[in-house]
Design a protein around this ligand. Sequence first.
Ligand code: BGC
Length: 248
Amino acid sequence: MPVLLGIDIGGSGIKGNLVEPETGLLLAERFKVPTPQPSLPPDVANAVAEVASHFAYRGPIGCTFPAIVKGGVTWSAANVDTAWIGYDAAGLFGRVTGERITVINDADAAGMAEMAFGAGAGERGVVLVLTFGTGIGSALFSDGRLVPNTEFGHIELAGFRPVEQWAAARVRSDEDLTWEDWGRRVDRLLHHLEQVLSPDLFIIGGGVARRFAKFQDFLTVPVKTVAALLENEAGIVGAAMAAARSIR
Ligand code: BGC
């Protein structure tokens, strides 16, 4: 069974691991380097190369990125340097690593992993995975098939645009919100998304997933809502899955 390198590029850390995409198994100890600040393309690329050389890996690499990604080009930059807008990220990472690179939106990657091996396994219908961290990422699935690059963290709600500036996990710590106050914000977002998408399932991902019990009671939306299961590793696994699909 093939083994691929998955790299998850986030606002604070860039982490990688060897993954068996068919099973979602992680095959080594995770390796993490801090995300360079400012997160300029050449510096981030060097960090990606450092992760790849740590594993002495040769072969296709999947990378997540917290932006809209089409054909390896990043088209937004909400929580990274604006130099990434319109940047050929796959080309750059390919030059520094010497390998074939697939770049995918971070939430889409996490969602793919969650649908294959986590809380969404076997779920049909419309499933929306939301990741709560520095921002809010989204991954929308219809009968298991991803609709890429949805950006539900960037809609306007409660007078905030993007809504992630009001309801991301970072806002809870920055504003010192109680789980109830923050949970009610999440609930309001879920109600809005329920009205426009009529989903069958919401999956709450990101670091808050393991604290789901703290805010679950404040979620009143009439849609089954569960915590993601793969936690921090979902992005790495999804990145490797995306790379595996691109070489098939
Ligand atoms: C970005 C998304 C990303 C999300 C989570 C948002 O600000 O626009 O592309 O998926 O943050 O990192």
